[in-house]
Ligand binder design. Structure first.
Ligand SMILES: [Zn+2]
Length: 441
């Protein structure tokens, strides 16, 4: 009796779909049993259920905006053993389960079925997985595939809101597919690596990224930014058929932790210091000079901070006019600025030979400028001499390193409200890891 009523409810909706405007009409439009058969057949075909699974009924609750499709198997059906694959195992007992499926129009749809444990002669009693879902997931494979597509395009929180599920459930799905794909990831052939760090959450936690320069993909993301982080990367490389000894070129900033970490764990790697970090150190020295000078020349230097941090070509008309109006010959800040611009010119040198000669001259100038912060910065350059000049041989694509950071910023935006570093890392891998997710289609 109840079954019949449910079938009618589903039928009226499906008829409404066929005839458009008739959705709200009461009662079935066709009286024959054949119609009911067709409705479940339609569901059966749309779901693509393999035997022995069949759709028995579909009931639609308009008020709850919910469609429930009942799936079952005939008594006496046989299943393959999930452990050894032996065919023709009889059902031992069953457990009733429910899975969220793709929406039915604007309504939530669920599959319901009793899932058997089978008795295998070899393996004993084993629970099988329904063909439309992963074991222990409350979602169908197709629902999960949709979630994965959505979280690649928007924050998980937003996806949770749209599909009406708690975000912790969606994170579980994300971790499953990312972990599986990461386990398959192949790092053999990795020889050039860029390492960069980024603040994960309001500058408190750091995440270090290890990027395969040649394939422009994040190989490894780890909490922290110390030498141990590099050791963890070397370990991860081995776990993915890569070899720390095969890494020939590494691009890092001048942090002592990374320098030590690379020396200890990537023994064959030549170090290139990222030129943006090198320029940044000189830039910070310029800013120190400016701040000190502003104490005595406040009127002159007020509002000029960002002029000194930019290149002349990037100044606005107004900033250019301000710069031109300053008595630059008498300003220490202007001298420091010239030293910084000259340092940037280093990277225009055509060869290691000319670059070496250029850097020597620059170093002499910078260390004789009588501006303490600039002398200090020049000494930092001196201590990292080989790694700075290594750029002229390795030419490690700086565009990529710049690109990494924008990728991570995008990942952070999508992982907004990510609750944990594990979640953030998963999104970084998902967006920037070039993983083979093998999502169900
Ligand atoms: Zn078995």
């Amino acid at each position: 009796m109840a079954e019949g009523h449910r079938a009618c409810a589903a039928r009226s909706v499906l008829d409404g779909g066929e005839h458009g405007a008739r959705l709200d009409q009461d009662g079935p439009h066709r009286e024959d049993e054949q119609a009911t058969m067709n409705d479940t057949n339609l569901m059966q075909q749309a779901l693509g259920l393999p035997p022995p699974w069949t759709v028995t009924t579909a009931r639609f609750d308009a008020e709850a905006h919910r469609l429930d499709i009942e799936i079952d198997f005939a008594p006496g059906s046989r299943f393959a053993c999930p452990s050894c694959g032996a065919a023709d195992c009889p059902a031992y007992d069953t457990e009733r389960m429910t899975w969220r499926h793709l929406n039915f129009f604007q309504h939530q749809a669920y599959l319901n079925a009793r899932v058997p444990r089978v008795r295998c002669e070899k393996c004993g009693v084993k629970k099988i997985a329904a063909p439309w879902a992963r074991p222990d997931s409350g979602f169908t494979l197709l629902f999960e595939a949709m979630v994965m597509a959505m979280v690649s395009a928007m924050p998980v929180k937003a996806v949770a809101r749209i599909v009406g599920e708690h975000d912790t459930k969606l994170w579980r799905v994300v971790h499953h597919y990312v972990d599986e794909a990461r386990a398959r990831a192949d790092a053999s052939g990795v020889t050039r690596v860029a390492i960069d760090e980024t603040a994960a959450r309001r500058g408190h936690n750091y995440i270090s990224l290890f990027v395969d320069i040649d394939q422009a993909r994040v190989l490894f993301a780890a909490e922290g930014r110390d030498a141990a982080t590099v050791a963890a990367f070397a370990e991860d490389l081995r776990a993915h058929r890569g070899a720390p000894e095969a890494v020939e070129e590494v691009c890092i900033d001048m942090s002592p932790a990374f320098i030590k970490g690379v020396a200890d764990n990537l023994p064959k790697a030549a170090v290139t210091f990222d030129k943006f970090h090198a320029v940044k150190i000189i830039n910070e020295a310029v800013d120190q000079v400016r701040r000190a000078e502003q104490k005595t020349k406040a009127a002159l230097l007020r509002g000029t901070r960002y002029i000194w941090l930019r290149n002349p070509a990037n100044l606005s008309e107004r900033q250019k006019a301000t710069l031109d109006s300053l008595p630059t010959h008498h300003l220490k800040t202007a001298r420091a600025y010239q030293i910084r611009l000259a340092f940037q010119d280093l990277y225009q040198q055509p060869s290691t030979q000319t670059a070496t000669a250029f850097l020597k001259k620059w170093y002499f100038w910078a260390t004789h400028c009588r501006l303490d912060p600039m002398i200090e910065a020049a000494r930092t350059v001196k201590r990292h001499w080989d790694g700075i000049l290594r750029w002229f041989d390795s030419k490690i694509a700086n565009g990529l390193i710049e690109g990494i950071n924008s990728l991570v910023q995008a990942a952070k935006a999508k992982a907004r409200g990510y609750r944990s570093m594990r979640n953030l890392k998963a999104i970084v891998y998902l967006l920037d890891g070039k993983l083979d997710l093998r999502l169900p289609a």
